[in-house]
Write a protein that binds this ligand. Structure first.
Ligand code: SF4
Ligand code: SF4
Length: 437
């Protein structure tokens, strides 16, 4: 007599449900993640906690509930900050789980409102295309200079106006130029690394990219920035567009594979965490690449840096980007680097590891919740009253800058590598060589 077929719970739904089901099994319902969850803290609702969301996903996978509005709402109310992963004693990989759930919501048409469609189009048609992005940022800069932007925003819907408020000062044309493909080490060469320039970073934080490359050069590293690289796909994956994210990931695997480096450095935590996950998106071909990806502060801390000649005389609060502390497991290294800058007095604030509410496009799609979460963070920073807030992710830089400015705070918000670069400028040439391969 043949054995009866064992049906995998969740498999009857097809799609991503068998994998979602498997991943929910790690949860032992202990609730230790609840207080770390920003949406649970704001709402007090079990369904808006990690444990509640896992229960919902498992119920749907097992056929005890149907995928519908509640799933769509909770999958996107979550910030994907992964604070629950850090708190979880049972190894639940919530980031992967929520990404799968969002992809399922989108592919089955449960998220079809106009804002979501526009978001998807913008992510697909803009971020992977550097020239389009460059022109758009140039136009926005011009509109700001002419005072037209203020006029337009006064008439614009609230979310659009928020987007403008989040934009940092546009870097100079020089800083928005693509980085050279090859940036030689200053002095004796200690090693050769690849660098992910990103999509938004060159346009809105080109000065941060240039500072990062200078610091690496100054510390004896040859920095390769392959032209064929592109957007990391993190925002696409977070928006439930996993197929497009996979396409973008493949492009980076090929671009960095072609230059033959063992280490690919990233100065944007969101991109770094996404690229370290590429092995899950592209089994086999992406695994080696994913293992080569490191945060630049973690890398420099491990390799050791030259003592800066200059100083930055300031009190500094370091704020942990979610994807750096929860996604890449990096927390002490940026603090240690900052402490090596002469004049920096690192001071703690009460809430460094909670999400600031930026979370990719969350501060535009969930404006009220994002603002409530940001308010807690700003209260904590206000109480510490630093001269400088340092954080290593473009979304956090924009969110904290805008929030602190609205409160009239004196604190300057910068990337840690910019402070390190400023300290080196005390005694070194400040512009990277523009030698092209
Ligand atoms: S990822 Fe963040 S917002 Fe989502 S459930 Fe976990 S802690 Fe809560
Ligand atoms: S801490 Fe982990 S195991 Fe406990 S309820 Fe949260 S997700 Fe489940």
């Amino acid at each position: 007599m043949s054995e009866p077929e064992v049906r995998h719970p969740g498999s009857e739904r097809g799609g991503r449900w068998p994998e979602i089901y498997e991943r929910t099994l790690d949860c032992i319902h202990c609730g230790l993640c609840l207080e770390s969850c920003p949406t649970y803290r704001e709402t007090g609702l079990e369904i808006s906690s990690p444990r509640g969301r896992i229960y919902l996903l498992r119920s749907i996978a097992e056929g005890r509930a149907e995928p519908g509005e509640l799933l769509a709402h909770e999958a996107f109310l979550c910030l994907a900050c992964r604070a629950c992963e850090t708190a979880c004693p049972s190894g639940v990989e919530f980031g992967a789980l929520i990404e799968l759930a969002r992809a399922e919501v989108v592919s089955t048409g449960l998220r079809r409102d106009l804002a979501s469609r526009i978001e998807r189009l913008v992510l697909r048609l803009l971020l992977p295309h550097p020239k389009r992005l460059h022109r758009l940022v140039g136009l926005m800069d011009l509109a700001r200079r002419l005072g037209v932007m203020r006029l337009l925003m006064a008439l614009a819907p609230r979310r659009l106006a928020r987007m403008e408020a989040l934009l940092p000062p546009i870097p100079s044309r020089e800083d928005r130029k693509p980085l050279p493909e090859m940036n030689p080490a200053v002095g004796a060469t200690r090693g050769r690394v690849g660098f992910l320039a990103g999509c938004v970073m060159p346009e809105l934080f080109g000065d941060v990219n240039a500072a990062t490359v200078r610091v690496l050069q100054r510390n004896g590293f040859e920095v390769l920035v392959p032209r064929d690289q592109g957007c990391c796909g993190a925002l696409h994956a977070h928006a439930g567009d996993d197929a497009f994210a996979r396409r973008l990931a493949r492009r980076n695997v090929e671009a960095f594979g072609a230059i033959g480096v063992d280490t690919v450095l990233v100065n944007s935590a969101g991109c770094g965490a996404a690229l370290q996950d590429v092995g899950r998106w592209l089994p086999l071909e992406g695994e080696l690449f994913a293992a080569s990806v490191r945060d630049v502060a973690e890398f420099l801390d491990a390799e050791g840096i030259q003592a800066p000649e200059g100083s930055v005389d300031a009190t500094v609060c370091y704020d942990d980007p979610c994807h750096l502390v929860n996604g890449m497991g990096v927390s002490d290294a940026p603090r240690r680097l900052l402490e090596k800058i002469p004049g920096v007095r690192l001071i703690a604030h009460a809430d460094p590891t909670s999400c600031c509410g930026a979370a990719g496009t969350y501060n535009l799609t969930h404006l009220e919740m994002s603002q409530a979460i940001l308010a807690r963070k700003l209260d904590s920073l206000d109480a510490a009253d630093p001269d400088i807030v340092a954080t290593g992710n473009p979304g956090c830089l924009m969110q904290l800058r805008a929030g602190l400015a609205e409160r009239g705070s004196r604190a300057r918000v910068v990337h840690p590598l910019v402070l390190l670069d400023e300290a080196y400028k005390g005694g070194a040439s400040s512009s990277p060589s523009r030698r092209i391969l």
